[in-house]
Write a protein that binds this ligand. Structure first.
Ligand code: ADP
Length: 360
């Protein structure tokens, strides 16, 4: 039944695109349609078939290799991040739980006045946990998570971005509830290019907005999350569709302490007391979450470097002879790992937040 479903409904790309190259079935076999699809592609298509063994309507005219790419590279069936993994960001967690997680878990309660927005923007400096929040939303709401970087659509998928976008939304609608996370969304929906804008990127943007419009008006359980470090580049149309806009700021001192503690607990390489951690937090004002991670990594090299300086050979070094990581290692690491966000940039985010952010 399954094979007949695929064969019966699938429009062989050789017909729809005039036999252009690039399709798995065509390029390998110059053949006719799904009989000659590669095994991996076929398995992927089969997984998307409904209980009747038919490929859903939305996927029938899409190229199998794009569907396969979405399923293998972009779809994350188990995002494996929970709120508890994320330091700080209490405001964002609260907003997002109400706006997104509850509606995905209880769609019946969120109709009419309560019907949720379908577009969420997470903005703020790089490395502050925007991607983690996206994954946690999917994890907490048991939704399928799709991650795509908008800049890869414009660079890696030149000329094919539109098709990939169609395939992305198509597969997502077969995998509801779904969360589509678009990183660097500014490069897709930016206002900068208008005049000299390339025809292809304009088409890509249009296609993207059409797809968003489509699920916004329907009953689909799809949420689009855009993340950006450059919110000021988004145009009015993008802002309108991303109705909730949450600022994801640098971690507070408490959140930084939490990140250090959490990483240390995992490794058991450290013996730092509360006071040690507090003094490291004082020295790391302005560090992002990922800066903190890099700092801990660098500090953890301290004992190893010291042993090498004393003439030890790496092949002979015994773990039990190494000392634990201390505050001095962190002080040394602070010289290597500098904060990646400047105070000027922070002002830009705060201003944009005041003007366009969801403050409540
Ligand atoms: P963004 O999407 O904002 O650029 P990510 O979510 O990709 O940042 O975070 C990069 C890494 O930095 C994460 O994998 C995590 O290790 C660390 N990190 C950043 N922010 C936090 C946070 N709030 N809590 C815990 N870890 C964080």
């Amino acid at each position: 039944l399954l094979r007949r479903g695929l064969r019966g409904n699938f429009v062989p790309p050789i017909r729809s695109n005039g036999g252009s190259t690039g399709n798995v079935a065509n390029s390998r076999n110059s053949g006719r349609g799904d009989d000659l699809l590669e095994d991996s592609t076929r398995r992927c298509m089969e997984m998307l078939c409904g209980s009747d063994g038919e490929l859903p309507e939305k996927l029938r005219n899409l190229e199998p290799r794009l569907i396969e790419h979405i399923s293998n590279e972009i779809m994350d069936k188990d995002p494996n991040v929970r709120w508890d993994d994320i330091a700080g960001l209490e405001h964002a967690k609260k907003c997002v739980t109400e706006m997104v997680v509850w509606p995905l878990l209880r769609p019946d309660l969120f109709r009419g006045c309560r019907s949720p927005g379908r577009g969420l923007l997470l903005f703020g400096p790089p490395g502050t946990g925007k991607t983690m929040v996206g994954k946690a939303i999917a994890g907490e709401s048991k939704a399928t998570f799709f991650y795509i970087s908008a800049s890869s659509l414009t660079s890696k998928w030149i000329g094919e971005g539109e098709k990939l976008v169609r395939a992305l939304f198509g597969v997502a609608s077969c995998r509801q509830p779904a969360v589509i996370f678009v990183d660097e969304i500014d490069s897709l929906l930016s206002q900068r290019k208008s005049d000299g804008e390339h025809e292809s990127s304009r088409r890509l943007k249009t296609q993207f907005l059409i797809e968003m419009e489509g699920f916004d008006s329907g009953n689909e359980q799809i949420l689009l999350i855009g993340a950006t470090n450059r919110p000021q580049e988004l145009d009015e149309a993008a802002r309108r569709r991303l109705t909730k806009r949450l600022y994801i700021p640098l971690p507070s001192s408490d959140a930084r302490a939490w990140i250090i503690q959490n990483l240390l607990d995992k490794d058991g390489l450290f013996k730092l007391g509360k006071e040690d951690i507090a003094s490291i937090c004082k020295l790391t004002d302005g560090y992002s979450g990922s800066d903190m991670k890099n700092l801990v990594k660098d500090a953890s090299m301290g004992p190893l470097r010291e042993a090498m300086r004393k003439g030890c050979e790496i092949t002979k070094l015994r773990k039990e002879d190494m000392r634990v990581v201390n505050v001095q290692d962190f002080e040394d690491a602070l010289q290597e790992v500098r904060p990646s966000v400047s105070p000027n940039e922070l002002d830009t985010y705060e201003d944009w937040n005041k003007q366009f952010g969801s403050l409540s």
